[in-house]
Design a protein around this ligand. Structure first.
Ligand code: IYR
Length: 228
């Protein structure tokens, strides 16, 4: 009976809250959003300027609206602003990166990275005002205490991260998707269970006053998109 009741609850529906946008405005909105996203660049030189209160919080509120497997929301976001924790993360990340650049990475990979100009030094992990460690959850504990596996967790957390990056850019902040490999140290430093796999370390803040970025080119959209 309880299961039946639960089923009925889960199948209940509610009207979609869909606000129509005048057709004349649709294309304009799409173009404005696109040209704004075109301005996004990965930043590796951050100022220590603090993020105004409420901005990161609201952007995380956008991230968790991402479509995801069975609505199990298989993600966890740890926001780090404490300088001591940032330092610990920097030290652990640089240790992994040293090994990556000095021995682990195949030459082909290092050649591909050369135009970006990265190396094992990661001062931004301490300079930036906030780091967001994003975890991918392989299981979820429901309110009644039962454990369920998650579905499409990598896709889900990837989409949520995309929402977060776009929201932060839209709010006027710079980000860097940083992926020291492996990232197990994040579980230890942030006391997250091993069922949560570190997905990405997002560095968030304002660019340093004279921040430089590599000159890169994006392929024209038409080269990557086809219509049938
Ligand atoms: N994780 C290293 C290496 C690195 C790998 C890729 I693929 C990049 O696009 C950039 C960097 C680092 O952060 O330096």
């Amino acid at each position: 009976l309880i299961i039946f009741f639960n089923n009925v609850l889960e199948r209940s529906k509610t009207p979609l809250n869909f606000r129509e946008i005048p057709e004349s405005e649709m294309k304009k909105r799409a173009q404005v959003f696109s040209s704004h996203l075109m301005q996004r660049r990965s930043v590796r030189d951050f100022s220590d300027r603090l993020i105004p209160e409420g901005v990161l919080e609201a952007c995380l509120g956008s991230a968790v609206t991402a479509p995801n497997g069975a609505n199990l929301q298989p993600w966890h976001f740890s926001v780090i602003r404490d300088p001591k924790i940032k330092k610990a993360i920097r030290e652990a990340a640089e240790e992994e990166e040293k090994q990556f650049y000095n021995s682990r990475a195949p030459k082909e990979w290092l050649d591909s990275l050369a135009p970006i100009g990265t190396n094992a030094k990661k001062p931004f992990l301490e300079n930036a005002p906030a780091l967001v460690a994003i975890f991918q959850k392989s299981e979820i504990t429901s309110p009644d205490g039962t454990l369920s596996r998650t579905y499409y967790s990598k896709e889900s957390v990837g989409i949520a991260t995309g929402f977060l990056i776009s929201s932060l850019h839209h709010a006027g902040l710079a980000t860097l998707t940083h992926t020291p490999s492996p990232m197990k140290f994040l579980n230890e430093i942030l006391a997250r269970p091993l069922s949560e796999k570190p997905f990405l370390l997002l560095v968030v803040g304002f660019p340093a006053p004279n921040c430089q970025v590599p000159e890169i080119a994006r392929l024209p959209t038409e080269k990557m998109v086809e219509f049938h």
